[in-house]
Write a protein that binds this ligand. Sequence first.
Ligand code: G
Ligand code: G
Ligand code: MN
Ligand code: NA
Length: 250
Amino acid sequence: RAIEEELREALVKDELALFYQPIVDSRRGAIVAMEALVRWRHPERGIISPGVFIPVAEQTGLIVEIGAWVLRRACEDAVAWPRHVRVAVNLAPKQFHQADLIDTIATALDDSGLDPDRLELEITESTLISNTDDIQAKLAKIDALGARLSLDDFETGYSSLSYLNRFPVKKVKIDQAFSRQAIESPKTQAIISAISALAKDLNLDLVAEGVETQAQLGFMASKNIFLIQGYLYSKPRPIEELAPLLECWS
Ligand code: G
Ligand code: G
Ligand code: MN
Ligand code: NA
């Protein structure tokens, strides 16, 4: 059977689940946010990664329904956490083509009662690059709702940080590839330095993703990057396993 059809049923049968990965302020050892990462608990094939089914969902348009479900569930989950812990939700570029994206976000916030300031929406450069009036307007509306925009997977590819000035983005997440090469590659170190300096000048929060070792953490700290997401602190975990993390790092 086509994966598309199975995925459509998975939504109805409630087979999707959210895992959460902490983003930690390494200075205080405190969790500042949790990123929601969707999983498919397939009855026969076990847990399927979003790397496999999100692209299918994007191609088929199912991402709109899955995205709405993720938003709603993430807001409902986050209401129970300590107030200083935000929740981060990934938005696919396709979701910005949806006329009622803003309604979907506003409804998830209203129905859950989550303070909009506690919702971070992670977008990628490909959403910003199309830079149409429509996308600009939607980003402005998200900002006006009080939710916070983050730029995910930042790689200095198409854009530069100064280009971000044009958008109401509050946070930038440096791509995992940079953390991976931070110790060995002087070129990568120079790029991370430059990103850090610019983020400071532009008053953007900066997160290093994919930090797996103490050496990488130390390097980031030496560049004034203290918001850390990666296996060093925690892999993404199901909601039942979050309580001890929140207790230990708060
Ligand atoms: O959790 P994992 O590393 O397997 O995630 C793989 C990719 O799937 C990541 O790029 C992540 O951003 C994406 N992803 C995870 N959950 C969601 C989601 O709810 N919506 C969208 N659009 N992408 C997601
Ligand atoms: O594209 P996005 O940044 O949303 O992807 C996040 C994904 O990256 C998560 O689903 C998670 O599984 C993966 N990830 C998070 N931390 C690490 C890490 O330290 N190492 C590796 N290899 N992958 C990570
Ligand atoms: Mn992300
Ligand atoms: Na990322």
